[in-house]
Design a protein around this ligand. Structure first.
Ligand SMILES: [Zn+2]
Length: 356
């Protein structure tokens, strides 16, 4: 086992002593990730206010319980189950349009949410980002305001001539001083960090761990005790991901009980066009193992099982330059939910860069 999942010691103990707990528990919660709520912003990172309202209506009509990010965190830490229909709502970047087009719709329905903000960008581009005053207002109305870094930079991309010590100093500025700015303006807030562009690597994960942060990514999959604390997955809900039909499957998904996977580092070499993903699962009868499928771009990939609990899968087409992911899903043994796992990849171009 390469990493210890969030599963708390007490739950592990319970799993060993209580025969009813032989099966992994279904304590998964989907986190939705939004950016803009506007019909005047780039479509790829936007939902229109009408789309956003239809998402919230779907949640309300289907009796989803919307958890604040801190309450969800607490439940996961304590190994507590979620109701069958549970969700966390998050926004990245803290755009004005969230203040004007989303906050009221959420409040009308009594739905809490979190906004990940970039203090440096708020100062340099007040025309795009909410002010501290607006954030304080949302906070008083029930929002959680958390950390998206000072600069919204590609944090894991080393600069030319940058030593490891220089890089660490840069990360400290981007993560720790952003938290300081948030705490100074809004009172002490939970140490939750959403990676800009969802990009992380083991070095950055190690720093977050050292500084006591949870790290939120943006490759898909529900949050559960199996999640890595510094690579918590969220479901993007903007642009092409805004369609309710596909979103519904994700909202109802459960976490595959993954206890190890390789590669741990999403950042590939330029030449690594078809990386093999190796996954180790906990024994479980909750999902149909033989029906497990993986997806890369538009390709359906058939996993090769090395044992009852280990499989590997290799893309059939070259991964594109930039961010991509391999998703693996399996239908539940009973009922309709899909069990889900996603691995993030970043393939740089020949100069070591990649697009936003
Ligand atoms: Zn962002």
């Amino acid at each position: 086992m390469k990493f210890i999942p969030l599963l708390s010691a007490s739950l592990l103990l319970l799993a060993c002593t209580d025969s009813r707990s032989q099966e992994p528990r279904d304590n998964s919660i989907a986190i939705l990730q939004y950016h803009h709520v506007s019909d005047a912003t780039p479509a790829v990172t936007s939902v229109t206010p009408q789309q956003f309202e239809s998402h919230l209506d779907y949640l309300a009509d289907n009796e989803f319980q919307v958890f604040s990010i801190t309450e969800a965190h607490q439940r996961i830490e304590q190994g507590q189950d979620f109701p069958e229909k549970a969700v966390v709502i998050t926004f990245d970047d803290g755009y004005h349009n969230v203040y004007h087009n989303a906050a009221e719709l959420l409040e009308q329905r009594g739905m809490p949410y979190a906004v990940f903000v970039n203090p440096d960008l708020m100062a340099s581009t007040p025309s795009a980002y909410m002010s501290w005053e607006q954030l304080r207002d949302l906070q008083q109305r029930g929002a959680t305001i958390v950390n998206h870094g000072q600069t919204h930079d590609h944090l894991i991309r080393r600069r030319s001539g940058e030593s490891q010590a220089d890089w660490r100093q840069r990360m400290k500025y981007d993560v720790v001083s952003a938290q300081q700015a948030i705490d100074d303006n809004l009172g002490e807030q939970p140490k939750y960090f959403a990676y800009p562009f969802g990009e992380y690597d083991p070095d950055l994960q190690q720093l977050l761990k050292q500084w006591g942060f949870l790290g939120f990514a943006q490759h898909s999959g529900p949050w559960s005790p199996y999640s890595e604390k510094t690579a918590i997955t969220r479901f993007p809900a903007s642009g092409r991901y805004a369609r309710l039909e596909t979103l519904a499957t994700k909202l109802n998904s459960r976490a595959l009980p993954v206890i190890d996977y390789q590669p741990q580092d999403p950042l590939l070499k330029h030449q690594q066009t078809k990386p093999t993903l190796r996954v180790t699962l906990e024994q479980s009868k909750s999902f149909q193992r033989q029906a497990l499928q993986c997806f890369s771009g538009g390709d359906v990939l058939k996993p090769e099982w090395q044992s009852e609990t280990e499989f590997s899968v290799t893309p059939t087409s070259d991964l594109p330059i930039g961010r991509s992911r391999i998703n693996c899903t399996a239908p539940a043994t009973e009922g309709s939910p899909y069990y889900w796992f996603s691995a993030a990849f970043i393939r740089p171009d020949s100069s070591g860069s990649w697009p936003d």
